[in-house]
Design a protein around this ligand. Structure first.
Ligand code: ATP
Length: 434
């Protein structure tokens, strides 16, 4: 299984999914850049989330809030005092560790010293910076460590402008930053990452029911996009694990090569955040139900997922090696909605006589789907390359195409090849991709 992890990391670099940041300078501390196919996969993960959480619902609206934010937000949310991890130093080798992640809190995993750790101290994970040209306390700003607070501080703005009323949600996808003590496992834990979060506002008494609803809904999303049953589970938190704002949390977990780990946290945040911000800002953050004359502070159910971490889970789940004609083939069995390219157009040869028709086919398909175009190397090697980046269908334009106006569609998963008239190509692929 550990092998699988290495193979996927290797594939990511080799095929242009993920590169170490500042690679030519030797990389930069667990930060990563998403390459030509990685950016497409990541966009598709976020798009699939947005589609299910916003586009397909009448009760959720979107938001894109600022990353730079004033201390007031984090003071009120509790992050300035509570968003910490326990940090210990090894007195012998001076490495630092997150206490709760040590296999054995008595032994330093770096130098093997026993009883060498300092007392744990609480290390705040927020990145602090200055906004403007003056470095002073008044200029302090933070990079958001979660997107959620953007939804709470805009609750009134959204309520006043969107004509929504509880139960309704505000969804956001975007970057978050945490100064993790021990980032690692590739893009599983990084200091800069992307989140996909929904804050769903409900009448207080309906909180538990909606919590159950969102747990089920989110499990379905991962399963629908191809995470196998045996690699997915929902794990309720013990009471002593709960965050300072939560009365109930369940994690959606994935079976990573190193064991079960979080993909997404679903929390019942109650009215904690709205009350905190109302008190700190002096603004009423509540809902007045005209029909019943009832005024209340909604409770919030929050499904909070990581886009980059989820992308990694999809890659791990999709990675497969099979055999074709006695030869090993690496294939990413990604759901077609997630695959970087839905279609690759491959002229059989680079001969000039084929190029115009191949370009015509490409132009036809590009309007609808993300397409790759590749005319170098032997066709077999080009198929392998498309298999490795997860392209579900290749369309091959050959010399017969010039006479019969037809092309071959080749399927990634069952390798089936069918001849289709170019006139019918869009309809055929639409059906396969629906
Ligand atoms: P963990 O326990 O793994 O540190 P968390 O419980 O602090 O995560 P949340 O605050 O619930 O995480 O954030 C929601 C989601 O954001 C997580 O489930 C994860 O997918 C993603 N996430 C959080 N921290 C990171 C990180 N450092 N790198 C990548 N993704 C992250």
């Amino acid at each position: 299984m550990a092998d699988l992890f290495e193979q996927v990391v290797n594939l990511c670099k080799r095929r242009g999914f993920v590169f170490p940041s500042a690679d030519i300078y030797g990389g930069f501390r667990s930060t990563y850049d998403y390459g030509p196919v990685g950016v497409l996969l990541l966009r598709n993960v976020k798009e699939a989330w947005w589609r299910s959480m916003v586009q397909m619902r009448a009760d959720v609206v979107g938001l894109d809030a600022a990353i730079l934010s004033p201390p007031a937000i984090w003071e009120a949310s509790g992050h300035l005092s509570n968003f910490t991890d326990p940090l210990v130093d090894c007195r012998r080798c001076h490495e630092r560790f997150r206490l709760d992640q040590l296999d054995n809190p008595e032994i330093c995993p770096n130098c093997g010293a026993t009883d060498s750790f300092t007392e744990a101290r609480q290390f705040n994970l927020m990145f602090k910076t200055n906004a403007g040209p003056v470095e002073s306390d008044a200029a302090v700003a933070y990079l958001r460590p979660e997107t959620a607070q953007g939804m709470f501080v805009n609750f009134k703005n959204v309520l006043d402008t969107s004509r929504k009323k509880p139960p309704f949600g505000i969804a956001q996808v975007g970057k978050s930053f945490r100064n993790e003590i021990t980032p690692g496992n590739f893009i599983f834990r990084t200091r800069e990452f992307e989140q996909m979060e929904l804050e769903f506002f409900v009448p207080p008494e309906d909180g538990p029911r909606w919590f159950e609803y969102w747990c089920a809904e989110r499990m379905r999303w991962y399963a629908d996009l191809g995470i196998p049953d045996g690699s997915l589970r929902l794990r309720p938190h013990d009471v002593d694990e709960l965050s300072h704002y939560s009365v109930a949390t369940s994690d959606v977990e994935f079976l990573y090569p190193w064991g079960w780990g979080e993909l997404e946290g679903i929390a019942n945040r109650t009215d904690y955040d709205l009350r905190q911000h109302a008190e700190a800002s002096g603004q009423a953050l509540e809902y007045f139900d005209q029909a019943s004359g009832r005024r209340y502070v909604p409770h919030v159910i929050e499904p909070a997922a990581g886009a980059t971490r989820t992308m990694m889970a999809f890659l791990l789940a999709a990675y497969d090696v099979d055999e074709i004609n006695g030869e090993e083939r690496t294939v990413l069995r990604l759901h077609h909605r997630l695959a970087p390219y839905q279609v690759a157009v491959l002229p059989l040869s680079r001969k000039e006589s084929l190029t115009p028709l191949a370009h015509e086919v490409l132009a036809l398909l590009q309007q609808r789907w993300m397409c790759d175009y590749d005319e170098t190397q032997a066709i077999g090697r080009r198929y392998r390359r498309q298999d490795e980046i997860g392209t579900p269908w290749c369309v091959t334009v050959d010399f017969d195409s010039l006479d019969d106006g037809a092309v071959t569609i080749r399927s990634r998963d069952d390798l089936e090849q069918v001849r289709v008239p170019i006139d019918a190509l869009v309809a055929e692929l639409t059906e396969r991709l629906s």
